[in-house]
Design a protein around this ligand. Sequence first.
Ligand code: AMP
Length: 188
Amino acid sequence: MEETKAVRPLSVCVFCGASPGDDPVYLEIAYQVGEMLGRRRHRLVYGAGGTGVMGAVARGAAEHGAPITGVIPSFLREREMSVEAPAQEMVLTKDLFERKQRMIGMADGFIVLPGGFGTLDELLEVVSMRALGVCAQPIVLVNPGSFWNPFVDLLKHLVKRGFAPSGDSFVLADGPLDAVRHLEQRNA
Ligand code: AMP
């Protein structure tokens, strides 16, 4: 993998699942996203967990020197950090709503990896905010195993039926390097 230094260090917020999913490629790509952030000197901002896709991205980041900020509500700390999460700066929030706000507020851009309800909630939050023009940060979906294709189809359906504006609120990346480069270019 390429080791180019970024123009300036970014805070990259990664939304992804606390579960591993059914295909090892999700964890492999998540680890590589973390690795790429470390190699290119960016900070990982994420949901603080040590499990599933979240754990993989955090391990990739930690093992390649990325500073990490984990944002988690107090009530989830026991459940999602019981599996060892890498060393990180912790931000404790009172609930999930505040967590999302804090993560969005810290981010220079978003990378979204496979995940479940929580990930979808976070993704729709930033996509809908961008559509309203109240979120300027770029959003990149990384799409291992074509995971996000049904989501992309659903959004096309909303546009076709006249319920959502056309225009790209996010991009689909070919892979981890492509995703990070996109955020760098949009922050140049
Ligand atoms: P998931 O994608 O469901 O594995 O969840 C990813 C992260 O989002 C985990 O830390 C979940 O605890 C959290 N989460 C779950 N449901 C929600 C929700 N409705 N809003 C915000 N975060 C959530």
